[in-house]
Design a protein around this ligand. Structure first.
Ligand code: TEU
Ligand code: CA
Length: 572
């Protein structure tokens, strides 16, 4: 039996420590396999901690490793307080915590409490209408005038993220339950104080085990719209998360969780994933005076290359929109609250393929420049596994190469809806989550050193040239550039706290901004284009006498940036 270690005293985590930190997200399934079953696991992560310490990151965020039927690769949890045998045991997790802490690395768990798995004992009990747990989930009768279980009898027309309907018929009780992601992910009823208490108890158990914080999955969906909680159907089919996000009791639930679990009292890092959220919500939720969360993940910049509410409907990204959106959040959280900074995670295509240029000629430079721009904004940067190597999207050309429930659901619905196979595959090639889930490329050997077995997901063939072993020994690698950016943040308060100001807002190739703290002014100028671009020096602060702090290229022309070249300059 594992003895639960005492929680780490807040003293070892100074207040606001997360403002100086860089977080590294690990998707355990694809990070490192240790037992040859082709699936990444906890001992595999522990075996790579020296690599992460060498990169220089401060915090590890683990995507879920809890017991789960794996309908959504672990974001469907059937036991919050045990490790799924796929990934190892609680002892393996304790070992990872101890070894990470020994290296000065904090560990943040993924808290998925908007929904459970339909295999969670809470939900299994809830299926019985007479059970005291019936009200732990959203159960509703068939639409009036419709025979339960027949098409169109769902309580309303809401669709789910990974399934045609957000309502699943339960023949045993003749009612429907809500699962806004999939039938395997029933939504918890946070209006019920017993649900909240059970979540708080579980969080305290993890804090006592030594975790340093939580990434909170779709946490702005826990407070559902009033019409749903009052028993009425949602008026319109939830088109995207805007229709159901940021409900009336969100702040109340978050403040209660903070108080009950001691999130601020214990100086824990808390980041709320908030699809369909807004700057106004983030200003409230990250206001330290309100004691809710330390930061949130916005999705606004992730939605700029898709139609509203439909990421599969591709829209060419316009750089001015991207940089102006990040600037909006910089300005909006400059005085109160805090930003997270990310381009990449397990739900998004690879940044260098999406926002950069992953051609052999420009991949390294564009991966470095995207990192430069992101890490020089104000906030806590998040590095997604492989982003530090410039890993790219995978060459997926047929639907049988896709594994993710979201990709497969989209293909089924879109082709049934009349879209051509070619159009659907083009959307998947651009936006599928599968691209983020190919195994980390450790070396140029079999399966990139990820496993000695058969990987659950094919390794990207370009691992022969794009891999950690090569990168760690190459001072010109993307890895080396990430090391320098992380070190720059650790060593310079102007990078951590300096005031942000966007320059050249309408320029469609250059991304330029300053960071100012007292008399120090850093200028970042980046060419986000695959051709040389002239710097309009008459529109930029005095460049004469500026000192290059960190660049992506050897010293070049003072007025022209090479393709995907960026420079961080200290102004005189
Ligand atoms: O993602 C929430 C979410 O908004 C995603 O559905 C995202 O918008 C979409 O995948 C983009 O294509 C969180 C987790 O990060 C995701 O992996 C889970 O599938 C989801 O919640 C349900 O737990
Ligand atoms: Ca394994």
């Amino acid at each position: 039996m594992t003895t639960v270690p005492t929680s780490i005293a807040p003293a070892s985590r100074p207040d606001g420590w997360w403002r100086s930190a860089v977080v590294y997200q690990i998707y355990p399934r694809s990070f490192q396999d240790s037992n040859g079953d082709g699936i990444g696991d906890l001992p595999g992560i522990t075996s790579r901690l020296d690599y992460l310490a060498e990169l220089g990151v401060d915090v590890l965020w683990l995507s879920p490793v809890y017991r789960s039927p794996q309908v959504d690769n672990g974001y469907d949890i059937s036991d919050y307080q045990d490790v799924d045998p796929l990934f190892g045991t609680l002892d393996d997790l304790d070992e990872l915590l101890a070894e990470a802490h020994r290296r000065g690395l904090a560990v943040v768990m993924d808290l998925v409490v908007n929904h459970t798995s339909d295999q969670h004992p809470w939900f299994v009990e809830s299926r019985d209408p007479a059970s005291p747990k019936r009200d732990w989930y959203y159960w509703r009768q068939a639409r009036p005038g419709h025979l339960p279980g027949t098409p169109g009898a769902e309580p309303d027309g809401s669709h789910a993220a990974f399934a045609p309907s957000a309502w699943t018929f339960d023949p045993a009780s003749g009612e429907y339950y809500l699962g806004i992601f999939s039938p395997g992910q029933p939504d918890l009823n946070w209006e019920n104080p017993e649900v909240r208490r059970a979540v708080h108890d579980m969080m305290r158990w993890w804090v006592a085990r030594g975790v340093d914080g939580f990434r909170m999955d779709v946490i702005n969906l826990i407070s559902k719209p009033a019409q749903l909680t009052s028993g009425k159907p949602l008026e319109a089919a939830a088109s995207g998360f805007e229709a159901i996000a940021n409900g009336p009791r969100l702040d109340e639930f978050l403040a209660e969780m903070n108080r009950e679990v001691g999130l601020d009292a214990l100086h824990l890092l808390t980041v709320g994933e908030m699809p369909g959220s807004t700057l106004e919500v983030a200003q409230r939720v990250t206001d330290p005076e309100r004691h809710e969360l330390t930061m949130v993940f916005t999705f606004e910049h992730m939605d700029l290359d898709g139609a509203p509410g439909n990421k599969w409907s591709l829209v060419p990204l316009q750089l001015p929109r991207l940089k102006q959106n990040l600037a909006l959040w910089q300005d909006g959280l400059a005085d109160t609250g805090w930003n997270s900074l990310y381009f990449d995670n397990h739900d998004q295509p690879r940044a260098v393929s999406r926002f950069g240029d992953d051609s052999p000629e420009h991949r390294v430079a564009s991966a470095k420049t995207l990192a430069t721009v992101l890490h020089l904004h104000r906030g806590t940067p998040y590095v997604y596994q492989g982003e530090e190597l410039g890993m790219t999207n995978a060459p997926l050309t047929a639907i049988d190469q896709y594994l993710d429930v979201e990709s497969l659901n989209y293909h089924a619905l879109a082709t049934a809806g009349g879209l051509s196979e070619g159009d659907v595959l083009a959307s998947l090639a651009a936006k599928s989550r599968d691209h983020a889930r190919t195994p980390v490329q450790w070396d140029d050997g079999a399966h990139a050193g990820f496993t000695t077995g058969t990987p659950w997901c094919a390794v990207n063939p370009n691992h022969t040239t794009i891999n950690a072993e090569a990168a760690r020994h190459d001072p010109a690698s993307v890895f080396a550039h990430f090391q320098r950016l992380i070190r720059l943040r650790h060593e310079n308060e102007v990078v951590r706290e300096g005031r942000f100001r966007l320059l050249l807002p309408e320029h469609d190739r250059l991304w330029a901004f300053t960071r100012t703290l007292a008399d120090q002014v850093l200028l970042v100028v980046a060419n986000c284009w695959s051709e040389p671009t002239e710097i309009p020096i008459d529109e930029l602060p005095l460049l004469d006498g500026a000192a290059l702090v960190l660049g992506t290229h050897d010293e070049g022309s003072p007025t022209v940036l090479a393709p995907w070249e960026s420079r961080i300059l200290l102004l005189p």
